[in-house]
Design a protein around this ligand. Structure first.
Ligand code: EPZ
Length: 420
């Protein structure tokens, strides 16, 4: 079992390069199943969710070649199976994109119900509603989901909740359908736009991604024979921005899209730290005094992202005064607060709200990462705490952050991965 051992107390200083977006890449890889050609994808984050995704595609008959550690070429012309291995699909959430992609391409699919971070109930009713409105029969039984259709025909689909996964999955299933599909109340996250841009580069006709109405005009085939570069990871960039504030450091964040980070910038300025956009893809974030309290509510994009809630929770745990976070997306995203309390924080979490009584400092302790972003938050907590922190359950962190300890080490953190 690996753990991270962190000796805290060093303000983070220097430059960090942001990797490609996990939540775009985990959709783009299954999306290649729709392509009747070969495509190359650059700026793929080298993380475990991507490796599992590629392994599943290979089991389905796709040929994958890693050109370097962040670039892959995928040839999905000769798919030999529409049944994804259940033990593999259960390992991560984004396996649900295999449903939209294989349904769109082969009109037939069987996938294990998706796994992923335990953030409370994670229904997929909106995905299923979309597939059915396009003409599929969907069945969920014995831990599997299967969908079949004689043909898929475009339709108007209204999303009852704003869902990243359902919006992307419906785009995948509709891209080769006959006629036009509209998704109303669509998610607007940068990764939704990136998947639409990828599909359009490969020959799709998707309009309006990034607004709440997406229109998909079905095309005969996606030709491939093109190269696409994944958008920089908004959440990884936000994680380092908040690490700069928490550690009272000074970090230049390179290869990010500054516009995607406006929601984080606004809160960083509110707590009294500084953000300077150096150009469209570089930000400097620094903090030279104790942050002040804030009130945060997580919301779909362009609101404050739930995937940065634990990281800003670390900032607020040592801020001056009493802060409140309301989590509006997931039922159980405050599990990390119990770990921060082991480090001397004073946080009371109940249901979807938490009250942070800011303390002067955190102190090192053994802590357990309960999900991916909780893990990132605990690393930041270890970096700002007095003494030694050990972070366990690294498999969560490795699912979504490329070279995280190396990136923090380059910023001056004392952090080592140790195998016990
Ligand atoms: C995506 O999950 C991300 N995962 C999550 O990131 C992220 O927290 C979430 O979007 C919200 O931004 C991936 O992209 C792989 P949703 P997803 O469908 O698509 C409800 C991380 O740390 N809902 O947008 O599964 C749902 O319960 C991960 O990187 C339904 O009710 O989330 C939630 O309250 C964790 N029915 C809300 O919508 C549905 O059919 C948003 O969920 C679908 C969702």
């Amino acid at each position: 079992m690996d753990k991270l051992v962190i000796t805290g107390g060093t303000p983070l200083k220097g430059e960090v390069n942001i990797s490609g977006a996990k939540n775009a890449a985990v959709a783009i890889i299954p999306a290649t199943l729709l392509i009747d050609g070969v495509c190359t994808i650059e700026n793929i984050p080298n993380i475990s969710d991507i490796k599992i995704s590629c392994n599943i595609l290979e089991k389905l008959g796709a040929k994958i070649h890693w050109n370097d550690k962040n670039t892959i070429t995928i040839d999905s012309r000769n798919i030999t199976s529409t049944k994804a291995p259940l033990d593999m699909t259960r390992k991560f959430r984004a396996s649900y994109y295999l449903i939209g992609a294989l349904l769109g391409r082969c009109h037939d699919v069987e996938v294990g119900l998706p796994g992923g971070c335990n953030l409370g109930p994670r229904p997929i009713d909106q995905h299923i509603k979309g597939f059915e409105l396009l003409g599929a029969n969907v069945e969920v039984s014995q831990g599997k989901i299967s969908a079949k259709a004689k043909k898929l025909t475009g339709n108007s689909i209204y999303m009852d909740v704003v869902s990243v996964g359902a919006t992307i999955n419906i785009m995948l299933s509709a891209v080769l359908a006959k006629g036009t599909t509209t998704i109303d109340n669509a998610a607007k996250e940068p990764h939704v736009v990136d998947v639409a841009n990828f599909l359009n580069t490969m020959g799709a006709d998707i309009r309006g991604a990034g607004t709440d109405i997406i229109k998909i005009n079905g095309v005969e085939r996606l030709h491939g024979d093109a190269t696409y570069s994944v958008v920089p990871d908004q959440i990884e960039a936000g994680t380092f921005m908040l690490a700069a504030v928490a550690s009272r450091g000074d970090i230049t964040i390179k290869n990010c899209i500054t516009k995607h980070l406006d929601c984080v910038t606004a809160k960083i300025l509110e707590v009294g730290a500084h953000v300077e956009a150096i150009d469209g893809d570089t930000l400097r974030v620094w903090c030279n005094k104790r942050p002040s309290k804030a009130i945060i509510k997580t919301l779909p994009y362009p609101g404050f992202p739930t995937d940065l809630q634990p990281q800003i929770g670390v900032v607020l745990s040592t801020a001056k005064g009493t802060s409140i976070i309301n989590e509006s997306i997931w039922e159980s995203r405050f599990q990390y607060t119990a770990e921060l309390n082991k480090m001397g924080a004073n946080i009371t979490a109940q249901g979807k709200s938490a009250v942070f009584e800011g303390v002067d400092k955190l102190t090192g302790a053994p802590v357990y990462s309960t999900d991916l972003r909780a893990g990132a938050a605990l690393i930041i907590a270890g970096i700002i705490a007095d003494g030694k922190t050990e972070v366990y359950n690294l498999e969560h962190i490795d699912r979504g952050y490329e070279n995280i300890e190396e990136k923090f080490r380059n910023l001056g953190a004392h952090i080592e991965r140790v195998t016990e």
